[in-house]
Ligand binder design. Sequence first.
Ligand code: ADP
Ligand code: MG
Length: 367
Amino acid sequence: MAKRKLNGDSEEVKAAIEDLKRKAAANDSEDADDMYDDEEKLPEESDIAVKSFEDRINDTVPLGNVGDLINETTEELEEQQRYEEEMEAEERRQRREMRRRSRMNELREERNSGRVEETEESAPPRKRKNKNYKPDDDVIIELSGVSKSYVKGVPALNDVNLKIRKGEFVFIVGESGSGKSTLVRLLLRELKPTTGSIWVNKYRVEKLHRWQIPKLRRSMGVVFQDFRLLKDRNVYENVAFAQRIVQTPIREMKRNVPNILATVGLAGKYKARPDELSGGEQQRVALARALVNKPPILLADEPTGNLDPKNTIEIMNLLDTINKNGTTVLVVTHNDKIVNDMQKRVITIKNGVVVSDEEMGGYIDED
Ligand code: ADP
Ligand code: MG
């Protein structure tokens, strides 16, 4: 909108001035005497009146700014509209937030009610702990109130308490998923227990610093169902490897490796690679590697799981011999025939709980 400036030249203003002048002249005759003593001043006074009228028009009627006013008003309206839109958006946001919070509260309540049931069912009763407790001298492995949960819910091991004495031969049996390998991994400190204490060869396993773990592991030789040999190294190298890790002097190594290979019945095969050996022979290499550093404990997790009956018996007999030579042996298996034949201590785990522990025991048949 174009601005229109009203000034002294405008016809309207001129007409208004003339009109005022006429009125002022008329007043002169009526009350000029009352108002003014000095007649000489009258024309001047009327000039002032006219001046002040012009001033008032220019000062108080900002006609020239009407467009601005209109623009400003439009802006105000738009501003008002924006403000209202923002308020509406804010209200919508708050309503959304309230809905979200109430949903979260509902979920939390659901979870909490679930958790109450869980803890009632699965959490073992808390035990009074004696900080200075140590296993007896002849106990080489001890678990006290050990539970392990990988995820919330059913624990893989639940309140396991057991002692294994130096020189014992122990079978750990139980169906698949009962927690046997979890137990082995806890002993090796591949896992930490959720609750409870573990001692292995005087080490308080779950309290060890990271740098102390290799020392703990050196007290245990380990074999697994799948042998875990270095495929591109020969038999000698696979066994020597374990000696190199603990920095055995070469001269000692050259004595130790052939000795242990002879013990497991592989003296003649030291140049062979794993893929040139039978399963039974591969497990013998693994056993030689586990034992070459003379650990006090041997852990075997399903060592005959991949072997035929003949090799199974041979490996078991070998384990028996190793035990008779002084090594404490822990064998995880579910070969019931072997367990029944060998008449050793048998610890049975079911759903993470030790359900039986018998000297000269047998395999508990579920069916
Ligand atoms: P076993 O050796 O007797 O067959 P495991 O100790 O391997 O049994 O497993 C015990 C339970 O723990 C099983 O229910 C198994 O699914 C679970 N489990 C084992 N390892 C893990 C893992 N790394 N993460 C989650 N759950 C696991
Ligand atoms: Mg297992």
